[in-house]
Design a protein around this ligand. Structure first.
Ligand code: ZN
Ligand code: ZN
Length: 168
């Protein structure tokens, strides 16, 4: 059990959760809340509204601390989610690459991306599987790979998913 840096509640990262990318935080809610210095109001965590990763509509995604299914939300609607989730393995590849968007100033090796995805992958072949899935996104110019350090970066200012859907 880890303790969330923001809300101080104990949490686990498991396959069924969507909080893989937010290391040291129980949820996207708390990751964003820390960044935006959001505090409790009358002992309750206020709702946050964030931009949809697919259609880029500002304040269209509700991040509710209490509703478990939504607190890691990235999409304003089922149709936006389905745009990314159509086609073979696109959504999975989005999840592999998501740390590149969240920690934009960092470069990640395939092995590090595998660590962020540890609960949904078989560890022994995960880095190689990620490296091979990312190849096409590098060649499309969606993400950048540094050949010397073998590491990846996302340097655009719009959401990763909004770039991916141009090719899906
Ligand atoms: Zn938290
Ligand atoms: Zn949307």
């Amino acid at each position: 059990m880890e303790t969330c840096n923001h809300c101080k509640v104990g949490f686990v990262t498991a396959a069924a959760n969507r909080n893989h990318c937010y290391r040291d935080y129980c949820s996207r809610y708390c990751f964003e809340a820390e960044e935006n210095n959001i505090q409790q109001v009358n002992n309750k965590w206020p709702v946050q509204w964030v931009t949809c990763d697919v259609c880029e509509t500002p304040e269209s995604v509700k991040l509710d601390y209490y509703a478990h299914t939504r607190k890691n939300g990235r999409f304003c609607s089922t149709s936006c989610y389905q745009l990314l989730n159509s086609g073979r393995r696109n959504y999975r590849q989005f999840q592999y690459m998501l740390p590149l968007q969240i920690y934009q100033d960092r470069w990640f090796t395939a092995k590090e991306l595998a660590q962020y995805n540890h609960s949904r992958m078989v560890a022994s072949n995960s880095a190689a599987a990620i490296a091979s899935s990312l190849r096409k996104w590098v060649s499309r110019g969606v993400i950048t790979k540094d050949q010397d350090s073998n590491s990846y970066n996302y340097c655009r200012h719009n959401p990763l998913a909004s770039e991916m859907i141009k090719y899906i």
